[in-house]
Design a binder for this molecule. Sequence first.
Ligand code: CTP
Length: 398
Amino acid sequence: MFQDKKILLAVTGSIAAYKSILLVRLLVKAGADVKVVMTPAAAAFVSPLTLSTLSKNAVISELANNESWSNHVMLGRWADVMVVAPLSCNTLAKMAHGMCDNMLLATWLSATCPVVVAPAMDEDMWHHPATQGNLQKLEAFGNRIIPVDKGELASGLYGDGRMAEPEAIMQYLRDHIFAKKDLAGKKALVTAGPTYEPIDPVRFIGNHSSGKMGLAIAEELANRGAEVHLVLGPSAVKTTMPGIYIHKVQTAGQMYDTCMAEFPGADIAVMSAAVADYTPVETAPEKIKKTSGSLVIELTKTKDILKSLGQVKKSGQLLVGFALETANERQYALDKLAAKNADMIVLNSLNDEGAGFGYDTNKVTIFEKGGDETVYDRKPKQQVAKDIVDRIVNLLYV
Ligand code: CTP
């Protein structure tokens, strides 16, 4: 996967720069062509000689050296990806403000390739609002951020801020930069999050869905090249991944309307939202005041989006639903597969520890129309999303 890939590794002044040595080694061993650019401060932590020997290319650190001028524009255009690892707090702040007082920054400003950054700093610096604000700016520029690890820090304290390990950076590049674009040209529709059904101007009927699973699926589909339309109920999740178009909705009715409008052009639809099954018959125009008696709110069924898409599904369109069950899981999942004319049902059982609403992990079983059933281990939701998309790709191209 890395064979002949052109990787520009940018090293900044951080104690984590010692890990860059191993990263260069792993990339070169995997067949990549690696060039290293570093800030003047980085040379205090790692020797340019070590990095040039391992990368088999001269390390670049000066904008101008005697009479020669380093062509930062060409360097940024040469690379298939620029990896800033470690990214120090200082360089992050300079990037966020578009500063250009060294060769690394000039190259970063000129880079036309994807940029991945692996921050490294002490915990208090990491959590400072200035740092978090700067990271958000980088994300808004389209840079991808590899999350920091928790562990022992240079200060001797324990906490967030360790740079991701070189193996983890390699895996990130595999998954996010060089992944096969096997869904290029495909359009996907994904629902995520809860829906809020208004009772009056200040109250609603909702549920605890976080939207994390649906977002992970949307990101994985986009990562594989699909154009993704994410119909998102009220949820705090965010993404800056290119290729994802977010349609924000509040109610089941709005989610239904958006899905029905988007589905005809879609190749894939994944209904992972926790849609309210019932909605108040009437929304009170003013806040309901309490009285001495009890209150009865009449509810009516919402439209089942998954089922409605199943009814209008054309050949070539692939429909995936979710089931969240507490009992008779397998039978209910199989019933849903048939009743909703879905091609796949992803079952998560509330009986499994670490699965379902609010968790960062999930444990699923996938049931397919053709009869295949696959039971997966408990995994982070990003990994679950990969498993689901793998099955989607498999069904799409059989
Ligand atoms: N779903 C939907 N529209 C609804 C309700 C659910 O699209 N109005 C979708 C969900 O996104 C999920 C699947 O249907 O993909 C869940 O199936 P469903 O039968 O609604 O499950 P439950 O809501 O758990 O209902 P039941 O009480 O029948 O188990």
